[in-house]
Design a protein around this ligand. Structure first.
Ligand code: BGC
Length: 758
């Protein structure tokens, strides 16, 4: 745990400059608007350790696969989210010396992420080698009201009369740290000067996305506008320079209006022109009105997605931090986009889609946004069904079996470690679960007839071919898989994978029966489209689900993570020395694989998904066995344990793990915030409060709640959507109060009792 940030309910604050944590701060203070986003790099030159990061949703580069030893079936490329045009660039010289926080003496420093209004602010005073004290006050935002726009204000003052030079620039000559072949991913387009500013365009190699960015820079001294003294057009970079003499404490204020468009939304030939138009309009509107539209957009988001925790500032800040980042990563406005595990905060995971979306993000969007957004995320996978079938074919499966990729931009598999690409096949299960979850939450059964069954059939066909009959066991087994716990590879009979595969078959059979009855034409169409041999295929599925092998500890309720799990040295995390943590940074890979330590919820992930299949006693037995062995080195893990711990009344454990999930990045538990934030796990934090402490689930056709208030809190409240209505759940020491915020009255199960909410 690394703690250097202040606790506050609505803000993240860094007091005093921490250059050794600069990369982490750049991640934590990132801002974005669903279309593009920016790490919290300083606007001005910073020669210290830093990761430049400016990302555009969906704009990627297929970086040719590089592996030590090629294996048949490996994908051609790994999709990379691209560090793109640096639009924040501002450089400052005072009496000829450049301001650079890595070189100057930092006298005062405060950086603030205002989460209520989506603003990144900084206030600092530095002493240059020439003796001048310079104060910088900066603010910037990526507009939530108009997702082509961003703006920043950059104010400089000095303690003595001085000559100040300021540059405002756009720079497309940028690179990724994460590149397989040390290549640059961008090619030059045009540079231009228009009415009020400068612009440039560039394009990605191979994928040929065109990006246009325009800036209008306005500089004033004592409220008097100053003319640009020089413009420079370099290859992939445009710069405007200003020069002025200032008096001591006089403010030089630069306002920069940015418009950033790309060819996913604008014809390639028009990107420059459209960006110029947008920046010009932003300039005409002015900083204050752009900012107030942006702030109002954030206020509306908070109205539906805020969670209020009273009496515990660290917990409150944690949940807001998570909700804030999720909303600025994925707005649901574009059905081609999905949610990368790092969002706009770093290069790791390539900005691609993982099972994280279905297992973690969909519940968040179902609970807090219009259900059309969760539906759109499901349709995203439906549209990639052909590719999933192709992926499976490449691995030798046939007859329309679909294996969704572990990592993807376009539906094609991008991951290239065999133990994950070929073996972490449980992702198919989460995609199925998400369809089921969406339907039970929204009651939108039309989804199954329209898109859902197609995906279910492809996935069920895959499972039916992936298992094999074991004579020795007299059961179907699944060999050579990797479960959610990636600290085990190539195992046989991972309980979670076998269980979810079996459930997928069962659910598909149920949907088939229902659709046949309710919409025979739609069903007949699917049979024809997929040449579905109903009798033969469903008989096989029924046989598999009846005879699937599920490893269990003899004489106990504990399900075994995989065959041979008990052969391992039976240790607990408490037996590990502090210096050994996190083990993924301290131990060799083979040592990790042989050890008992579990990266993330695996058996327990299954018990979370299928809560209603298991008794509290079963959950207790498995929780007590697995939690002490889990190192939670995947961000996706602690939230699941919070939910199960709450269910079995382990309040202290639930609270401890809640802090871990909600403050994972703020307190850098896993020492990796420098790589970017754990955006998809943030949805898990929401689940931890709503499904954990709130005890929310769907029982039959009803919303059910069984809240329990952690003793560290005075009260908490959240809002949750259910089948067209929105219910506010307010939990205090005196009990739970439910009120209807929108939609029709509904009956809710509260601690097992029917309650009318109107
Ligand atoms: C986890 C995976 C997850 C990925 C992206 C990995 O560390 O083990 O389950 O999908 O991160 O979040």
């Amino acid at each position: 745990m690394i703690k250097y940030l202040e606790e506050d309910e609505w803000n993240v604050i860094e007091k005093d400059f921490h250059p050794n944590h600069q990369r982490s701060s750049e991640s934590i203070f990132s801002i974005g608007n669903g279309r593009f986003g920016q790490r919290a790099n300083f606007e001005e030159t910073y020669s210290g350790d830093s990761l430049q990061g400016s990302y555009i949703a969906g704009v990627y580069y297929p970086d040719k696969t590089k592996v030590g030893w090629w294996k048949n079936g490996y994908p051609e490329y790994f999709a990379k989210v691209l560090n793109s045009v640096n639009w924040i660039g501002v450089n400052v010289w005072v009496n000829g010396e450049e301001v650079d926080l890595a070189k100057a003496e930092v006298i005062y420093f405060e950086r603030k992420l205002n989460m209520k209004h989506g603003l990144l602010q900084r206030n600092c005073t530095v002493k240059l080698e020439n003796g001048m004290q310079v104060t910088l006050v900066t603010e910037r935002f990526c507009s939530m009201a108009n997702d082509d726009l961003a703006a920043l204000k950059y104010t400089v003052s000095t303690d003595q009369d001085a000559e100040v030079r300021i540059e405002s620039y756009l720079d497309a000559d940028v690179s990724n740290e994460d590149t397989n072949w040390d290549e640059k991913f961008w090619v030059e387009g045009e540079t231009n000067s228009f009415d009020s500013g400068l612009s440039l365009s560039c394009a990605t190699k191979k994928t040929d996305y065109h990006v246009g960015v325009a800036m209008v820079s306005e500089l004033s001294v004592a409220h008097q506008l100053l003319d640009v003294s020089e413009e420079e057009f370099a290859q992939m970079k445009v710069t405007e320079r200003f020069q002025t003499q200032v008096k001591a404490n006089q403010q030089v204020e630069l306002t920069k209006f940015i418009c950033l468009v790309n060819s996913m939304n604008v014809p390639k030939a028009d990107v420059l022109n459209e960006a110029e138009k947008g920046a010009g309009q932003a300039h005409t509107l002015g900083y204050d009105s752009l900012k107030s539209a942006h702030e109002s957009a954030w206020e509306s988001i908070w109205e539906t997605s805020d969670i209020v925790i009273e009496g515990d500032v660290a917990a409150q800040q944690g949940i807001r931090f998570n909700i804030f980042h999720l909303n600025q990563t994925y707005s649901g406005k574009d059905d081609r986009l999905n949610i990368g595990p790092k969002g706009f905060t770093g290069e790791k995971y390539g900005g691609s889609t993982y099972w994280d979306t279905e297992a973690y993000c969909i519940p968040f969007y179902l609970g807090t946004h219009d259900s059309a957004i969760a539906r759109q995320l499901l349709v995203y996978r439906f549209k990639q069904l052909d590719k999933a079938i192709e992926n499976a074919e490449k691995l030798g499966f046939k007859n329309g079996a679909a294996l969704y990729p572990m990592v993807t931009m376009t539906g094609e598999e991008c991951h290239n470690e065999w133990e994950i690409t070929f073996e972490e096949i449980h992702r198919n299960g989460a995609i199925t679960f998400a369809i089921y979850n969406y339907v039970r939450f929204t009651n939108d059964k039309s989804y199954l007839a329209e898109y859902g069954l197609d995906v279910l059939m492809g996935i069920s066909r895959f499972w039916a071919q992936r298992v094999n009959w074991s004579e020795a066991k007299g059961a179907y087994v699944m060999l050579g898989v990797t479960g959610p716990n990636e600290y085990e590879n190539n195992v046989n009979n991972n309980w979670y994978t076998n269980y979810i595969a079996r459930w997928c078959l069962k659910y598909t059979l149920k949907v088939i029966i229902e659709l046949k009855e309710n919409d025979p034409d739609a069903y007949a169409e699917k049979v024809a489209k997929y040449q579905f041999n109903e009798k033969e295929e469903t008989l096989l599925w029924a046989d598999i689900l009846e005879k699937m092998y599920l490893p269990q500890m003899e004489g106990s309720e504990v399900f075994l993570q995989q065959d041979g799990f008990l052969d391992k040295e039976q240790l607990n995390v408490a037996d590990l020395a502090k210096e050994d943590r996190p083990i993924n940074q301290k131990w060799s890979w083979d040592r990790i694989l042989r050890s008992i330590f579990i990266k993330q919820a695996d058996v327990l992930q299954g018990m979370y998904f299928f809560a209603h299949h298991f008794t509290d006693e079963q959950v207790e037995a498995n929780f007590d066995f697995y939690e002490p062995k889990t190192v939670h080195e995947s961000s996706l893990s602690p939230c699941i344990h919070v939910i199960l711990a709450s269910r079995i009344n382990r309040q202290e454990k639930a609270y401890e793990l809640y802090l871990r999930t909600s403050r994972l990045d703020l307190d850098d538990y896993n020492h990796e915030a420098y790589q970017g934030l754990h955006i998809t796990a943030m949805a898990g934090t929401w689940m931890a409060v709503v499904e954990g402490f709130g005890g929310m689930k769907v029982e039959g056709h009803q919303l059910a709640l069984s809240p329990s208030l952690p003793k560290q809190w005075d009260a908490f409240n959240f809002r949750v959507n259910f089948r067209g209505s929105a219910v506010r759940v307010n939990v205090t020491k005196d009990g739970t109060n439910l009120s209807l915020e929108t939609g029709q009255a509904l009956t809710v199960l509260l601690h097992g009792k029917q309650v009318e909410v109107y």
